[in-house]
Design a binder for this molecule. Sequence first.
Ligand code: PEP
Length: 252
Amino acid sequence: MRTKIVAGNWKMNKTLSEAQALTTQVLGLCSAEVSAPVKVILCVPYPYLPVLTPQVKHSKVDIGAQNCSEHDAGAYTGEVSAAMLKSMNVPYVILGHSERRQYFHETGKLLAAKVDRALAHQLIPIFCCGESLDIREKGTHESLVRQQVEEALFHLSAEVISKIVVAYEPVWAIGTGKTATTQQAQDMHAVIRKQLVGKYGDAVAQAIPILYGGSVKPDNAKELFSCPDVDGGLVGGASLKARDFVDIVKCA
Ligand code: PEP
């Protein structure tokens, strides 16, 4: 049985004091109301990592970053390396979010390098994949997502890929209020699982968590998380409100 995971992606939101208050609220609600063995992760802006990581120590909540560099160190102004994240005891990092693919032109080749840097520093990548609306309408979404997974992950050994988390996030459902139906989510998660079975075998593929992301809310999370291949969620907008986020966690 795969442990369910609910990760919040705060994106570029909250001031420092708001971030601390939100974390306090999430910790309080989680400890009072969450008894199931679900893993909860808050992926927060870089500057808050060294503040929030000690704040969640000894709790059910882990902290993650939202990106890292493909380089280890050097003259890359504004970038943050996986080694830096590791040095702040950050265990998770989102890689390949569609906003980074779209606005920062991140390619499969670049993401393969970022995945390698993260893993080399014992960070767990939450690797995002997903198709845009025009690809979904053309009917080529399955092959596009398979290509994204293959390009960024299939150079990894079976032992190493077992450490990662995949998040399927249809771009047309991110921040739009439009959610994939349970059937659409389950179908794509099954496609990814089958692809992983084909490359790495059943035991490895069955152990890799595949999260769904795209307008997950308290009122649709239960249904989505009940799909056999949906192992939890990556939550954007609803992770900015402690009540909504923890209500989603309780659905896992
Ligand atoms: C996301 O940004 O990863 C996301 C899923 O956002 P939202 O939940 O707001 O659609």
